[in-house]
Each structure stands twice: as C-alpha cells, then as structure tokens.
Design a protein around this ligand. Structure first.
Ligand code: SAM
Length: 207
C-alpha cells in the first residue's frame, strides 16, 4: 500500500522497513537517492559514516558493494560490512578507516546529532558533522568517486555548498520522498570527485 497522505509516510516507511528487514526507515532514503542518482553500483567500495543502526549499510550490501561502516555508537554485525566504532570528527578515526581500506568509490554520510529541537543549534552541529565527513572523503575518495552527505538546512547551507561544489563534476541538494516532509534534512549529492587537490580548471569553474 502506498502512503495516502504526507503524514502517513512516517508509518509507511517504518512498516516497510520492518517488512523488508531493514534496520531503519532511513534505508529508503538511500534507496531513493540511489535510484535517482546511481551513486552505488555492484562491486563498489563504500564508506558509510554515521552508519548505526545499519539501514544504509544493508542497502549498500544489497546493491553489491563492500562496506566499511563507522559510528560513534555500536552497530550489530552485518555480513559484508566491516564496522569501526569511532567519532568522525576525530583524526584517529580516519587512521582506523585507512587501516581497513585506503580508497573508496563512494562515501555516504547520514551522520546526525541528537536533535535538541533548537533549529539553529541542530543545523550548526549537522554542518560540523557534514564537514567532518567531507574531510574524510577528501582523504579516501577515489578520483571520479561519489559522495552523499546529510545536513539540516539553515544559514550555513550556502557556505557549505560553496565549499563542496568545486570538488565535484555533478552537485545537487536533494530531499528524498522518504524524508519527513517537515524535516530540515537534505542531502548533498556530489558525483565525479576531482581529487583531494582540486584541479585548477574543472568544469565547475564555468558553472
Ligand atoms: C540518522 S542515524 C543514521 C542512520 C543510518 N543511516 C541507518 O540507515 O541506519 C545518525 C547516526 O549518526 C551517528 N553519529 C552522530 N555523531 C557522530 C560522530 N561524531 N561520529 C560518528 N557517528 C556519529 C549517530 O550515532 C547515529 O547512529
């Protein structure tokens, strides 16, 4: 059954996740993003940041990827996923990731702070986490690789977008249908990573 009203979506995806064996309704956000933008393909290596309880990792494995997942909180094991417990804002977490694998085709981050309800504080913390995810991506993403990161929208969105844009051939903000209608969350989608040291002239220079 399809959701009848926007307000039904939350329950719809919750029950769909239960039915299909996903650990979170967030799994559908990645499925929808991937359906639209083709981020993950069979045989890709994927780094999943802020991964617990594991819905996105389950989706990536199902799509045929090898997954390294990181979260500050524990995550029950998933076949095909190497889990690292760590804080993505800490340098030692990057070192731990590199010990497992030094390069990835895709970096995805659904990392989010515990919501305080104070819109601008939640926004600033989410930008901080997204920046931490991008700093990791710059170190481990293969040239040509893909990047997806969640933010809660707010006054820093434009600045953050300007920081990321030059690094990708294709870039866009997108909110999948599975995101709650009233939520401030959106995802930056970057495809065709241009390398850690951005080439002097990328197509984006003319955008
Ligand atoms: C919305 S949940 C991710 C849901 C996941 N994508 C899924 O499909 O199951 C956000 C996650 O970000 C994690 N997180 C928040 N701050 C973090 C940090 N500094 N380092 C690593 N993980 C963090 C939280 O522990 C939480 O598990």
């Amino acid at each position: 059954m399809k959701p009848r009203r926007v307000d039904d979506r939350q329950d719809y995806y919750y029950w769909e996740a239960k039915k299909k064996g996903y650990r979170s309704r967030a799994a559908f956000k990645l499925l929808q993003i991937n359906g639209k933008f083709g981020i993950i393909k069979k045989g890709y290596s994927v780094l999943d940041l802020g991964a617990s309880p594991g819905g996105w990792s389950q989706v990536a494995v199902k799509l045929g990827a090898e997954v390294v997942a990181v979260d500050i909180n524990p995550m029950p094991p998933i076949e095909g996923v190497t889990f690292i417990r760590g804080d993505i804002t800490k340098k030692e977490t990057l070192e731990k990731i590199k010990e497992v694998r030094s390069e990835f085709d895709v970096v995805i981050s659904d990392a989010a702070p515990k919501i305080t309800g104070k819109w601008s504080m939640d926004h600033f913390i989410s930008i901080e986490l997204a920046r931490a995810a991008f700093n990791i991506a710059k170190e481990v993403l293969k040239p040509g690789g893909n990047f997806v990161v969640k933010i809660f929208q707010g006054e820093e969105t434009g600045k953050f977008q300007r920081e990321l844009k030059p690094y990708f051939r294709f870039k866009k903000f997108h909110s999948p249908q599975a995101s709650r209608k009233r939520s401030a969350e959106t995802y930056f989608i970057g495809k065709g990573f241009g390398g850690r040291w951005r080439p002097k002239r990328m197509k984006s220079d003319q955008d």
